[in-house]
Ligand binder design. Structure first.
Ligand code: SAM
Length: 338
């Protein structure tokens, strides 16, 4: 493993806590934009108090800026990332900051009292799915925060997932918990498939808005509902050739993961595919960059590829697995219903 997601070059600037915090402040104060626009900015022009001389030094050590004489400019490496990945950086930094507080204050609960950790964690407050049951402006604003974050992650994972799976042109795919349709749209484009996303009402509303301008061949259909209710063969768009779960099953207790897989297989005919893309448990080797903290709060819920393969085999599927190199443990498990 290379320990870097090739589609997420911004992670190189989220390797350390001090570097990431300096970058966050530089972005929020408009400093990064200013340096990018002007090419070079004298340190004096930043109007920092003398005691804050360490701040541009942090940005230098984080590889964001380089100092020539008394002027700061973006490093070539950061200039290549900015501005194309600025949105990704903003969403990742927002979540990382919440996680940092949670880990600093709650590591003991994370390893010893998970329910208390989850009740107190800012990161789980961000991922409060109950807001997505409503579609008023306030509820959508709350829902958008975590939808934007997972969309940024999925944008960088979708190329590896579409490279691993195989679907016929015109295949009908149900993506359960497909969020705002990032992977769904990528699959439509890659295979000429028809993808329907089943997700909560607020998420579907945001997904429709996000994809409204897309060409019909890349615009998923959104169906609002509760995936736990099953009977997916009765949803608009059925019958399905494949049911897809991407970073969804780990959200549920193990028995409910099994129920969701049962729902999927009940909605498929022989030859139909269940496609599962999930992060795996933390591995013992490799670096521990700051950006990896974002996954630690979910670490108790990740299961190995073997766990998912066994769950599909137990339900009569023939299983194939892929492990794309996304900088962290990640597995794609495809079960074909026999
Ligand atoms: C961790 S996110 C993953 C989103 C997306 N698959 C991705 O990887 O970007 C889990 C998704 O499951 C959805 N979800 C949660 N509870 C659900 C339910 N009861 N029925 C349908 N979708 C649900 C959430 O709204 C969210 O979009």
């Amino acid at each position: 493993m290379t320990y870097a997601n090739p589609h997420a070059p911004e992670d190189a600037f989220l390797e350390t806590f001090p570097g990431a915090m300096a970058l966050d402040l530089g972005v929020r104060r408009g400093l990064i934009d200013r340096i990018a626009l002007d090419g070079a900015v004298p340190v004096d022009a930043l109007n920092l108090p003398a005691e804050a001389a360490f701040f541009p030094v942090l940005l230098e050590r984080a590889g964001v800026v380089v100092r020539t004489g008394d002027a700061l400019s973006l490093t070539d490496a950061f200039a290549r990332v900015w501005p194309a990945r600025r949105t990704a950086l903003a969403h990742k930094l927002r979540f990382l900051k919440a996680v940092s507080v949670d880990l600093a204050m709650g590591m003991s609960d994370l390893v010893g009292d998970l329910p208390t950790f989850m009740k107190q964690a800012h990161s789980f407050d961000i991922f409060d799915y109950s807001h997505a049951l409503k579609t008023d402006a306030d509820a959508l604003a709350r829902t958008q925060i975590w939808c934007d974050y997972v969309a940024v992650l999925t944008e960088t994972e979708a190329p590896e997932i579409t490279a691993a799976i195989d679907l016929d042109p015109g295949a009908r795919v149900l993506e359960v918990g497909g969020n705002v349709g990032v992977l769904a749209s990528a699959i439509m484009t890659a295979f000429g498939a028809e993808v329907t996303v089943l997700d909560l009402p607020g998420v579907c509303e945001l997904g429709k808005r996000r994809n409204a301008e897309r060409a019909s061949g890349a615009r998923p259909t959104f169906v609002a509902g509760d995936a736990r209710q099953g009977e997916w063969d009765e949803l608009p768009g059925a019958p399905w050739d494949a049911v897809l779960f991407k970073s969804v099953l780990h959200d549920w207790p193990e028995d409910q993961r099994g129920t969701l897989l049962d729902h999927a297989l009940a909605a498929l005919g022989p030859g139909g595919q269940v496609i599962i893309a999930e992060r795996g448990p933390l591995e013992a080797t490799g670096p521990l960059p700051y950006w990896l903290s974002a996954d630690l709060v979910f670490a108790p819920f990740y299961r190995s590829g073997e766990w998912y393969a066994a769950a599909l085999r137990a339900r009569g599927c023939e299983v194939t697995q892929f492990t794309p190199d996304l900088g962290l443990p990640f597995h794609i498990t495809v079960g074909v219903k026999t």
